[in-house]
Design a protein around this ligand. Structure first.
Ligand SMILES: [Ca+2]
Ligand SMILES: [Ca+2]
Ligand SMILES: [Ca+2]
Length: 324
């Protein structure tokens, strides 16, 4: 989503209590990293609608924009980031057509994988698709190399309240911590899901703040839902898995005062709440729809990035820190 719905969401969130999160999540506590936040892009590089972020490595970040659907490969620019010399890549569906409304992105061993909620050429129809792209391509228009249409497996939602968030968790982590497969009622067994790659995709639905874990068949476009997980929020804007801590982060926008929650695998193999954090004290209540954590820890600190859908003060990227 962009803009507009914040007032309604604020009302809905108020109904969940002061924390902005569901019961059981505890009161929000201070952001665990630095209170200072700085802009991390040049002035008006991206404009509005930057909604998803993911580190491919310490030196490459992917960002996606909803409307028109675009992806950017970002490289370091001093302490900030800038698009690589190729600039924006226009995104298309696998058939080479359409304008996928790209709200979330994750870089995985499968490719650059994007969560979309509709075709902007047909704004009135919800279309909840995960699209895979070849991030190594030099083409400026990228056709999806695989797409998964999750619409029939998810609740009916408004066309602008669909898939917002996506992350990926490796099978090695899930099996080491006894992740429970809700479909089979047993411990998750990767061998049960043919051609799904080396991990599961976790997508977030804006409309209900719920996270859905899927095995996505990388050669047939079929999929299987493996788990359904409350994020703690009534709406959800991004997901980020931090392998260093085993924490799955859920991020909400200005409708929840920019708070984040963390979930960790508990002794029953479920992702359960472990914390609710306020945004850093130095950041105003921005329409942040993208959130990513650097894989690199430097002298006890790692960088986090937010993308602001509203391009407030002509900046769409901001950086802060977490301890590591
Ligand atoms: Ca949208
Ligand atoms: Ca928003
Ligand atoms: Ca997003």
């Amino acid at each position: 989503m962009s803009r507009m719905r914040a007032a309604l969401v604020a009302l809905a969130v108020a109904g969940l209590g002061l924390a902005g999160t569901s019961p059981g999540w505890g009161a929000p506590v201070a952001w665990p990293g630095g209170s200072a936040v700085a802009t991390a892009d040049g002035s008006n590089v991206f404009g509005t609608n930057l909604s998803g972020l993911s580190f491919q490595s310490a030196g490459v970040v992917w960002a996606v924009k909803n409307g028109p659907g675009k992806a950017y490969r970002l490289v370091p620019d001093g302490a900030g980031w800038k698009p690589d010399p190729s600039g924006a890549r226009t995104l298309r569906y696998a058939n080479g057509k359409g304008d996928p409304d790209a709200e979330g992105v994750v870089a995985t061993p499968d490719g650059i994988v994007v969560a979309t909620e509709r075709d902007n050429n047909d704004d009135n129809t919800s279309l909840l698709k995960v699209l895979r792209y070849d991030g190594s391509s030099s083409a400026l228009t990228l056709n999806a190399t695989r797409e998964w249409n999750l619409t029939s497996d998810l609740p009916d939602v408004d066309p602008n309240s669909g898939l917002e968030a996506i992350s990926w968790i490796p099978d090695t982590f899930l099996t080491a911590h006894g992740f429970r497969d809700e479909r089979t009622g047993t411990t998750y067994n990767p061998a049960a899901y043919a051609d799904h790659g080396a991990g599961l995709y976790f997508v977030g639905l804006e409309d209900n703040g719920t996270i859905y874990a899927y095995a996505l068949n990388q050669s047939t476009s079929t999929y299987t839902r493996v788990a359904t997980i409350p994020s703690g929020f009534a709406e959800l804007m991004d997901l980020e898995f931090d392998p260093a801590t085993g924490r799955l982060w859920a991020a909400c926008d200005n409708g929840c005062q920019g708070r984040t929650t963390t979930l960790e695998l508990n002794t029953t193999g479920k992702f359960a709440p472990t914390a609710t954090y306020n945004r850093p004290a130095g950041m105003t209540n921005l329409n942040n729809e993208g959130f990513a954590i650097s894989p690199t820890c430097t002298t006890g600190t790692k960088t986090v990035l937010w993308s602001d859908d509203n391009n407030t003060n002509n900046h769409a990227l901001r950086r802060g820190t977490l301890p590591c």
